[in-house]
Ligand binder design. Structure first.
Ligand code: SAM
Length: 237
């Protein structure tokens, strides 16, 4: 439960360096003029810009790592053992690919994204958010546990830069309709057209590379995709 979760008090205090050691910024490393400062975290040469929310076993992260070589991607997962599995998987991939440096740009951390997303990301930091096969919470009284809602969509909007894309996929048609409705009703998002969606490499990857998606494939289930663009904020009156 949440009392065992660790999360930064604010995005500035997030220790990203331990997750992406290959990207530690050289200027930030040695002597600090005012001695050792516990609150200062080493900084990275770039920010995390892609988040896979409820990443499960990490298939999407691993598949996207070579396709988005200039971005840092993070998977966020609430289950401890699943998070550790993904962390071990990434460590092994980094070791096997030490020569090419592949997989240095992906990491997984344990988090309850329904509660602590703004602790990790600054305003406008993310260019892509993936919500792949989120838990459907079928019963009406459980709908509040869904990771798409008016409130949570506002948190996604806050963390995203204008022009950024939220990618959703599910095999549950009712949940698909729910996600479409809640993003279309939100003033910060507009659904991406079918043509543009079909051209997006990330959509193609998301369709086939997540563990849950593979399960749906084996069971010959249907997959419903919808993407939403983060709009510019309207000017102040
Ligand atoms: N995205 C993966 C895939 O497509 O294979 C996993 C899908 S699985 C059905 C949903 C995942 O979301 C589970 O691994 C679950 O532990 C995680 N999850 C559920 N609620 C979460 C939350 N509040 N914060 C982070 N992860 C969560």
């Amino acid at each position: 439960s949440d009392h065992q979760l660790t999360y930064p008090a604010s995005p500035d205090l997030m220790d990203w360096a331990s997750y992406y050691p290959a990207y530690i910024s050289p200027q930030a490393a040695p002597e600090e003029p005012h001695g050792h400062d516990e609150t200062r975290t080493k900084s990275l040469s770039k920010h995390v810009t892609v988040a896979d929310i409820g990443c499960g076993f990490g298939g999407l992260l691993v598949a996207l790592a070579p396709k988005l070589p200039d971005e840092l991607l993070v998977g966020m997962e609430i289950r401890t053992q699943v998070t550790e599995f993904v962390q071990d998987r990434i460590k092994a991939l980094r070791n096997q690919n030490a020569d090419s440096g592949l997989y240095q740009n992906i990491a997984c951390l344990r988090a309850n994204t329904m509660k602590f997303l703004p602790n990790f990301f600054k305003r406008g930091q993310l260019s892509k958010i993936f919500l792949c096969f989120p838990d459907p919470h079928f019963k009406a009284r459980k709908h509040k546990a869904r990771i798409v809602s008016l409130t949570l969509n506002s948190e996604y909007a806050f963390a995203m830069k204008p022009g950024g894309i939220v990618y959703t996929i599910t095999d549950v048609e009712d949940l698909h309709k729910w996600m479409v409705k809640h993003f279309e009703d939100h003033p910060s998002f507009r659904r991406v057209g079918e043509e543009q969606e079909a051209e997006d490499e990330c959509v193609k990857t998301m369709m086939v590379e997540t563990e849950e998606g593979k399960k749906v494939e084996r069971n010959k289930g249907e997959k419903f995709v919808a993407c939403f663009r983060r709009l510019e904020d309207p000017p102040w009156p």
